[in-house]
Design a protein around this ligand. Structure first.
Ligand code: UDP
Length: 330
């Protein structure tokens, strides 16, 4: 029962591949290596370098490898970039996902797990935000993902494919065994940036806004450890295999940390008091977004095991050091 992982050479995808291999699954990765790394795919998984929107390629690999489930991570994920290049985002995240789904239907793939995002909510009216909250994405990125959720709803109704769409909150940390982590050279995410500042890879870092209506004025986010997120996908796969219904679930811990708290934690864990500058707000940032996670717990039987900000920061630090050592050795 082969599982196809698109984007399996990327940050979250590479953790998923490890989770699947650890569970004894047969894995094929499809990744165009635009942001993923060949080195992040272990030799036990087959890596095919190509685009998930390439229908002849995908059709052939679904049938020749006997793929029974698809976990679809590959996507463009940078919100400001999506504002500058909406058509690029709709082509890659939406139109190519339509191609992938068409191949899945044609080849009789019955189970599909989709990487969705908290960005489908925009600025939520209530926190913790539940899956039933109104969907008002404010970026082309969020819209490009929401359209795929809608496609999945329609396709499952028409063709009997069942799916789980997982709405990720702020994914962070690295494999606890140190095998993979966030490796993108241009990452903009808070914990990665703070860890790089702690390691002296940047002279300072910025806080984008301390005038939000939050306890300390900086934005509140729900940071979910990446292996816990991969475990939610595994639970989703098991749910579908057991005949479970199609579902959309938030993935987060139902508690928020402010940007200043995160930076404080990185300073404490690293022991480095790096320079932090207060800047103006970044366009499109909601003040606070925290996941209600009852649905994932109840319907998927998922429960976090790495819900600890210090642990997440330690993992991110360890992985950044691994990348530095690799760079020094090359
Ligand atoms: N942030 C920040 N400085 C940085 C990177 C991020 O102050 O160098 C803030 C950002 O404005 C947001 C929070 O940290 O309030 C989380 O941002 P990130 O880009 O990690 O994830 P997002 O919530 O945008 O998906």
């Amino acid at each position: 029962m082969t599982v196809l992982v698109t984007g399996g050479a990327g940050y979250i995808g590479s953790h998923m591949v490890l989770e699947l291999l650890d569970a004894g699954e047969k894995v094929v990765v499809l990744d165009n290596l635009s942001t993923g790394r060949r080195a992040s795919v272990p030799p036990q998984a087959e890596l095919i370098v190509g685009d998930f929107g390439d229908e002849p390629l995908v059709r052939d690999l679904l049938s020749s490898r006997g793929v029974k489930a698809i976990i679809h991570f590959a996507a463009k994920i940078i919100v400001p970039e999506s504002v500058a290049d909406p058509l690029g985002y709709y082509l890659n995240n939406t139109a190519s996902a339509r191609s992938l789904l068409a191949c899945a239907v044609e080849q009789g793939v019955k189970h599909f797990i989709f990487s969705s995002t908290a960005a489908v909510y925009g600025e939520p009216e209530m926190n913790p935000v539940t899956e039933g909250e109104s969907l008002k994405p404010v970026s082309p990125y969020g819209r490009s993902k929401l359209m795929v959720e809608w496609m999945l709803e329609d396709v499952s109704r028409a063709h009997g494919l069942r799916y789980v769409a997982l709405r990720y909150f702020n994914v962070a940390g690295a494999d606890p065994k140190g095998r993979t982590g966030q490796s993108s050279p241009n990452a903009t995410h808070l914990i990665k940036v703070a860890v790089q500042a702690a390691l002296g890879m940047r002279p300072s870092m910025e806080v984008f806004g301390v005038d939000y209506p939050t306890p300390d004025g900086s934005c509140l986010r729900d940071y979910i450890q990446v292996t816990d997120l991969a475990r939610a996908h595994m639970a989703a796969l098991n749910h579908l295999r057991a005949g479970g219904e199609s579902l959309t679930c938030n993935c987060g811990y139902k508690r928020g940390y402010s940007v200043l708290e995160v930076i404080e934690t990185v300073k404490r864990v690293s022991g480095v008091d790096f320079d932090v500058k207060i800047s103006g707000r970044r366009a499109g940032d909601p003040a606070a977004i925290v996941a209600a996670n009852e649905r994932a717990r109840e319907k998927l039987g998922w429960a976090p095991i790495h819900d600890n900000l210090e642990e997440i920061v330690r993992q991110a630090l360890a992985w950044e050091k691994t990348l530095l050592a690799e760079k020094a050795a090359s």
